[in-house]
Design a protein around this ligand. Structure first.
Ligand code: 13P
Ligand code: SF4
Length: 300
């Protein structure tokens, strides 16, 4: 079957089942073609929370689908491939958070949205790459246990020297954002091309960037100028080319998140047809995880 036929099938099933398709910025271009909402983690969480359709199909990774389910628990939340996870999220467990709380009893706990629902349930707030600084600033505590991304933790620390950020664990990182090379970036800078880096990049990369932002904000910043070097997952280059066809975007074509690429038109069709791949959250973590997600959403 041609791509065009597969897209037509998705659109027909989506309308028959009254489903809303939410896609992360790193998805494949053919998934953008059928999505109702395309955005970063925060934009997808807000769209899921406000959705009125009975079925939400999350084209992204598992923590995004769990977040949709927690924020809008009456909806059926589906994933075309429920095995699409986030290796960064797997760095942190609730037991590690409990231990850190005993070690730092005065500290608040902030977990990146790239974490399990069980970790969110034992935290004071969630944050995304787009609001991490604002969430940490909003908390009255000086000490903040922050996990699982050490690079995002060090970025927040650099912006908020008045806080003491305690990274948990010390080695948490996203393998995709570790692929960028400072020497390549020096060359890019030498050629006069501005750079935007995701805060999941290591400090040596962030220090060479003109802007540091979530993928959602990248889409705004990149509307200006003519050419950009983008330090994040390669799917973002497709997204930016779609949004700004007159401009050129360069990055690392092999900075690929294998889990983000698990969604295909074929498994999306099967998911809509059979209503398969339902994502649920254990009842004992639901309430705590919702409390810490809702706190994040109150931060202006
Ligand atoms: P954004 O929320 O900035 O899209 O980041 C999500 C993510 O997983 C980055 O790797
Ligand atoms: Fe997780 Fe990295 Fe993939 Fe984002 S790019 S979903 S942080 S593994």
């Amino acid at each position: 079957m041609t791509k065009r036929n597969l897209i037509a099938d998705v659109l027909r099933l989506k309308s028959e089942k009254k489903a809303l398709i939410l896609a992360h910025n790193y998805q494949l271009p053919e998934i953008f073609a059928v999505a109702d909402v395309i955005g970063d983690s925060l934009e997808l969480a807000l769209a899921a929370r406000n959705a009125t359709e009975p079925i939400l199909v999350l084209c992204g990774v598992r923590f995004m689908a769990e977040t949709a389910r927690i924020l809008n628990p009456d909806k059926m939340v589906l994933m075309p491939d429920p095995d699409a996870g986030c290796p960064l999220a797997d760095f942190l467990t609730p037991a590690m958070i409990q231990k850190a709380k005993e070690q730092y009893p005065e500290a608040a706990v902030v977990v990146y949205i790239n974490s399990t629902a069980a970790c969110k349930a034992v935290s004071d707030s969630v944050c995304t790459s787009g609001n991490a600084v604002r969430v940490v600033r909003s908390l009255p505590q000086t000490q903040i246990i922050f996990g699982p991304d050490t690079n995002l933790a060090s970025y927040v620390q650099s912006v908020l020297p008045e806080k003491e950020i305690i990274p948990l664990p010390e080695e948490g990182h996203c393998y995709v954002h570790m692929r960028f090379d400072p020497e390549d970036l020096q060359e890019v800078k030498g050629a006069g091309i501005p750079i935007i880096a995701h805060p999941e990049c290591p400090e040596k990369i962030r220090n060479l960037a003109d802007y540091i932002s979530s993928t959602g904000k990248m889409a705004e910043i990149a509307q200006t100028g003519q050419a950009w070097y983008i330090c994040t997952e390669a799917g973002m280059l497709d997204r930016l080319c779609e949004l700004c066809p007159e401009q050129s975007f360069i990055g690392k074509e092999d900075a690929i998140c294998a889990d983000m690429k698990k969604t295909t038109l074929q498994n999306l069709i099967a998911c809509l047809r059979d209503l398969s791949g339902e994502i649920t959250v254990p009842p004992d973590v639901m309430e705590g995880a919702r409390r810490s997600l809702e706190y994040m959403l109150t931060v202006p």
